[in-house]
Design a protein around this ligand. Structure first.
Ligand SMILES: Cc1cc2nc3c(=O)[nH]c(=O)nc-3n(C[C@H](O)[C@H](O)[C@H](O)COP(=O)(O)OP(=O)(O)OC[C@H]3O[C@@H](n4cnc5c(N)ncnc54)[C@H](O)[C@@H]3O)c2cc1C
Length: 373
């Protein structure tokens, strides 16, 4: 039976909303999740699943490192379908000049106490024989994880439910009020705090919020058994993820336990359409051939796209909305939302509880721009 009011209403059951619901319910709060479509029905079911430490800014570094720790803390409880595997990541230099990026990355990881090692071209090919023979080396980060993003989201939702969170699906939120979210039918779901975790659609409820859909294409490949073993990404990938870069095709290849591999990653600001553009898929495969020449012979089983929720500052927004201290924004996770979902939930829980956060919140505090819906 539905309650008359809740401590917290969470808008959105993507991985961020589910991570928040899990942590809030685990912290003893009464929680309702309002979702218009379904658990993991938008970006969180269209992502790759690299749960890794990302170093494109100090803020992302601290949040993603915390994110990896959070997933590791849940690892013993994860069911097989989440396909959590500590594969480690190789950040590969495309040429000698990019070895400077590899060294700089090594310095940042080591300074923060994250295990990382430079491997030369010979060692790289021993680890991954399919890589092109002229690649000069890579950074090896053994602690990075690969998992299935959609299954991981469903796991977080189920766990939140088992801790007492109520999931109301379908329930589309039309606007936010000081008493709680207002649904399409006009009813207000009463809650002391509202967490806005609506992904790229968050500006529909907070007009003026600077989050845009950033489209990414993925190809699912059906390679021969044991084709690659680690999460492979080009070291230049991070430069392409900066918010100002308009059109990016970079190499990222992710093996799954099923034997399939996911190939990404592209970034485009082309609105909310999720239509697959065959030209982009062709360019993605071309870029991949630079790193894995045999990829040209591997069948492409399926292609799709997803919309990353990209904020103008290049870091997620986690914190109270200006002038609305009981509306907490948890959005704009761009390409690191799978990594940072539980971490975001823990930070949101500390905001609601008024307890010290596990990492400094300042870089993630929403600006004064968003106004009431
Ligand atoms: C191609 C691609 C590859 C990626 N790879 C990785 C990766 O390897 N590692 C990583 O960490 N991240 C990755 N990401 C990023 C990650 O997928 C996103 O950051 C994350 O999924 C965002 O989750 P979310 O919950 O904010 O959004 P969503 O998953 O979009 O969830 C938002 C939910 O809110 C609901 N909603 C919206 N409006 C309303 C409303 N008015 N009322 C009720 N419900 C509403 C929607 O229906 C939806 O279910 C990738 C993304 C893409 C596109």
């Amino acid at each position: 039976m539905a309650r008359a009011s809740y401590d917290v209403a969470v808008v959105g059951a993507g991985i961020i909303g589910c991570g928040c619901a899990l942590e809030l319910a685990g912290g003893g709060r009464s929680v309702v999740v309002l979702e218009s479509s379904g658990v993991a029905s938008d970006t969180s079911c269209r992502a790759m699943g690299h749960v890794g430490v990302y170093d494109d800014s100090p803020a992302q570094f601290s949040l993603s490192r915390f994110g990896v720790e959070c997933w590791n803390s849940l690892a013993p409880d994860l069911p097989p379908e989440v396909d959590y595997v500590r594969r480690g990541a190789l950040w590969i230099a495309a040429d000698e000049s990019e070895m400077a990026d590899v060294e700089a990355k090594l310095g940042r990881y080591r300074a923060a106490g994250v295990e990382a090692h430079v491997v030369d071209g010979r060692e790289l090919r021993r680890m991954e024989p399919q890589l092109a023979p002229d690649l000069p080396g890579a950074l090896w980060v053994p602690g990075d994880i690969v998992l299935d993003a959609a299954e991981a989201t469903r796991f977080l939702a189920d766990r939140a439910r088992s801790l007492g969170a109520e999931l109301r699906i379908p329930s589309r939120v039309r606007s936010l009020t000081e008493d709680g979210p207002r649904l399409d039918d006009g009813r207000v779901v009463r809650a002391e705090f509202t967490v806005l975790a609506a992904g790229w659609r968050a500006p529909e409820l907070l007009p003026g919020l600077d989050i845009r859909p950033r489209k990414g294409h993925i190809a699912m490949l059906a390679p021969p058994a044991g084709f690659v073993h680690h999460q492979l990404s080009e070291v230049g990938y991070v430069r392409g993820s900066q918010p100002g870069v308009a059109d990016v095709i970079s190499f990222s290849l992710q093996p799954r336990s099923s034997g399939r591999c996911l190939l990404g990653a592209t970034r485009q600001y082309v609105g909310p359409s999720t239509e697959v553009d065959p030209t982009v898929i062709r360019r993605l495969l071309e870029r991949a051939r630079r790193f894995v020449p045999a990829i040209g012979d591997v069948p492409v089983e399926r292609t799709w796209t997803g919309l990353r929720p990209a904020g103008a500052r290049g870091v997620p927004y986690i914190g109270p909305v200006a002038d609305h201290p009981r509306w907490i924004l948890a959005a704009a996770h761009e390409g690191i939302g799978i990594t940072t979902a539980i971490a975001t939930g823990r930070l949101v829980t500390s905001i609601v509880a008024g307890t010290p956060p596990a990492i400094p919140l300042e870089p993630f505090r929403p600006g004064p721009e968003p106004g009431p819906g």
